[in-house]
Ligand binder design. Structure first.
Ligand code: 13P
Length: 250
């Protein structure tokens, strides 16, 4: 299955002035990691994060990007701007962006395509709300999210995408999906990819779980065959907690 990746999503937390030291702390706490370790930070913190990660095994990611190359898009940040700083990953379509910033499956698709065109690794987020889960439409919804996000993307490029399955009801709530629930959806996502492309492509894609993942529950989730890592919110803001999750990814 895909390469293991443990990524922190800092969301709107931490100041630029504390970022370099914190990333160094994460690097020191995760020496010998047997997976890829990523810190995704706010735009303002990225230069300091890259500085802190220099010469270490830690990679840096952004939390969003714009799908145009450049131009009159006040307040937006392009793929080239991220690459120029030394950023490697970019989170796309997080549920908070879909919910609060009107991101749609269409803009998510444009962003994934732009990231791939430019050589950034997209971390594509999908996931259902509690209402959708209770209505029994989780897999229908996620199938649509995956199909739309991958529209017009070749198998070769699709294999480079990281997918984060993040049930919205588990984000920041302390209510983690059970390992069985997470595995069921991650396995189904791989099945959708196999249908869109082929088995080898589906197997190559890294599929993460995200949603209240922490030092206590990471090992059980990561032991599942279709879960290749985690996208971590709250627990990525403390280096010791984050390091324990990295340690669990063996
Ligand atoms: P929490 O780990 O804080 O639940 O956040 C998950 C998340 O949204 C990561 O992108």
């Amino acid at each position: 299955m895909g390469k293991y990746i443990i990524a922190g999503n800092w969301k709107m937390n931490k100041l630029p002035s504390e970022t370099c030291a914190f990333v160094k702390e994460v690097a020191a706490a995760t020496v010998g990691a047997q997976c890829e370790v990523v810190c995704c930070t706010p735009f303002t913190n990225l230069a300091e994060a890259v500085k802190g990660a220099q010469g270490t095994h830690v990679s840096i990611g952004a939390e969003n990007l714009h799908f145009e190359d450049k131009g009159a898009y006040t307040g937006e940040v392009s793929a080239d701007m991220l690459l120029d700083l030394g950023v490697k990953y970019v989170i796309i379509g997080h549920s908070e962006r879909r919910q609060y910033f009107a991101e749609t499956d269409e803009t998510v698709n444009l962003k994934v395509k732009k990231a791939l065109e430019k050589g950034l690794i997209p971390i594509l987020c999908v996931g259902e709300s509690l209402e959708q889960r209770e209505a029994g439409i989780t897999m229908d919804l996620i199938t649509i999210q995956i199909k739309k996000a991958f529209a017009g993307i070749s198998a070769e490029n699709a294999a480079k995408v990281v997918i984060a399955y993040e049930p919205i009801w588990a984000i920041g709530t302390g209510k983690t999906a059970t390992a069985e629930q997470a595995e069921e959806v991650c396995g189904a996502i791989r099945g959708v990819l196999a249908g869109l492309y082929d088995e080898p492509t589906a197997k190559t894609v890294t599929i993460q779980y995200g949603g209240s993942m922490n030092a206590g529950n990471a090992a059980e989730l990561l032991a599942k065959p279709n879960i290749d890592g985690g996208l971590i919110g709250g627990a990525s803001l403390k280096s010791a907690d984050f390091a324990k999750i990295v340690e669990a990814a063996k």
